[in-house]
Ligand binder design. Structure first.
Ligand code: FDA
Length: 395
């Protein structure tokens, strides 16, 4: 069977690309090996889909996308903006709210976004094949041939939207990287991103009693810092602040945690020395932070005696602990739980306006398979919509 465009991968980026190409009158086939389209959308945002971020714009989003070339994403992001996706969501009567930091979530289930995209696909005349395994892709004189288990299809344009390696249990395969290599495109190193961090046994033994505790913190790695919730788990550290910093962290690096963000810890401690001279350091910290965390920090400080007797020098050591608590993760939970894959198809080999491979006419890469990864908070879906949209205009 012949199509104008074949899109591989019916996730966020692939559906958007198929819709846009279909709206232009192109005959589009969208293929996925999963039983449903948009499985990750369904579970995203804790089941409420954080479908975009109002700051994922060219002006404010400049430093919120990681890539070997962070400027690459800006063209697509400027042409398909959060406002455009919000307008689509509103047209379908889907209620939503801003949770925090510009993050827009559905009020109801995330499946509303899937229903909306499937509706748009129907209107655009897109043919959808699910549970379809791709055996082989080859170049023909006029385009591409895709061989499936029982059939094959040809098209002038091929859009690869098969995502990254995160959550293999949900069908992630790394297939897009293989295709990129097959067609001579370069890859940048891939790594799990937006992922909880883990610790060696000794450090973990100290942290596990705190499992379930969340506290606001500023988590820092070099010049990068995120002020959001930090969560202690049985495996290490998680929560938005940790997920964000994990995309910047590398094996062997330490992270620093400011447990009193926005507060002058020195001033707080000096006031406490006057007001609570007869208590232990744990009690003072326990007034500022969750009790079990205060206990852990107190143990690490190992400063017996009454707080009223503490010298300025001792207070400075406590202040450093509270403002620059240094932790050394050993690793991350990996692709099993990572929300995204960092790295991917090298942007040097793609056209920023259309997502087309520079050296292979008719071949496009969109979404997570490309070396563009957003911050937590709706940035990754906005990249999927915007890059899918861009390819859909051109394919
Ligand atoms: P995506 O992974 O969505 O789709 C790829 C598709 O290709 C899949 O349907 C897969 O089955 C198919 N495929 C793969 N290999 C194939 C093969 N060999 N043959 C056929 N089909 C194949 N982002 C955000 O902005 N807001 C949020 O709230 C969340 N929440 C969230 C929660 C969780 C648990 C995860 C894991 C991730 C998020 N994300 C997120 C990230 C977001 O889900 C991600 O960035 C996008 O889904 C990427 O869209 P793509 O279309 O590029 O890939």
């Amino acid at each position: 069977m012949h199509y104008d465009v074949i899109v591989l991968g019916a996730g966020a980026a692939g559906m958007m690309a198929a819709i846009e190409a279909g709206k232009r009158g192109r005959k589009v086939l969208l293929v996925d090996h999963a039983a449903h389209a948009g499985d990750k959308i369904r579970i995203s945002g804790g089941g409420r889909c954080n479908f975009t971020n109002i700051n994922a714009t060219i002006e404010r989003g400049r430093d919120r996308f990681l890539s070997d070339n962070p400027r690459f994403a800006l063209s697509a992001l400027s042409r398909y903006t959060p406002d455009m996706f919000i307008a689509l969501v509103q047209r379908y009567g889907i209620a939503f709210h801003e949770k925090t930091l510009g993050q827009l979530f559905c009020d109801g289930p995330a499946t509303q976004i899937n229903t909306m995209l499937l509706g748009e696909m129907r209107l655009a005349g897109v043919t959808l094949w699910l549970k379809t395994a791709i055996e082989r892709v080859s170049k023909t004189e006029t385009g591409f041939e895709v061989l499936f288990t029982n059939t094959s299809a040809t098209a002038e344009s091929l859009i690869v939207a098969t995502g990254g390696k995160s959550i293999p249990k949900m069908g992630a395969t790394g297939f897009g990287y293989q295709l990129a290599t097959q067609f001579g495109l370069r890859l940048t190193e891939t790594r799990p991103g937006l992922v909880p961090l883990t610790f060696e046994t000794g450090a973990l033994e100290k942290l596990t009693p705190l499992a379930g505790i969340a506290t606001d913190a500023m988590v820092k790695h070099g010049k990068t810092a995120f002020e959001e919730a930090l969560l202690f788990t049985h495996r290490g550290l998680s929560g938005p602040a940790i997920l964000q910093i994990s995309s910047y962290w590398r094996e062997g690096d330490a992270i620093e945690v400011d447990l009193l963000p926005g507060r002058d810890a020195g001033e707080v401690l000096r006031a406490a020395r006057k007001e609570m001279p007869k208590v232990q350091v744990q009690t003072v910290i326990g007034n500022l932070l969750p009790k079990k965390l205060a206990q852990l920090l107190g143990d690490e400080l190992d400063m017996p005696g009454m707080f009223g007797d503490f010298s300025d020098k001792k207070l400075a050591v406590i202040e450093a602990k509270l403002k620059n608590w240094t932790l050394k993760p050993v690793g991350s939970e990996g692709y099993r739980t990572a929300e995204v894959t960092l790295g991917g198809v090298d942007t040097r080999d793609l056209d920023a306006k259309t997502m087309a491979a520079r050296s292979v006419p008719g071949l496009y890469f969109v979404g997570e398979v490309v070396d563009v990864t957003g911050w937590l908070g709706g940035y990754n879906f906005q990249w999927a919509w915007a890059s899918g949209w861009a390819a859909g205009q051109a394919a």
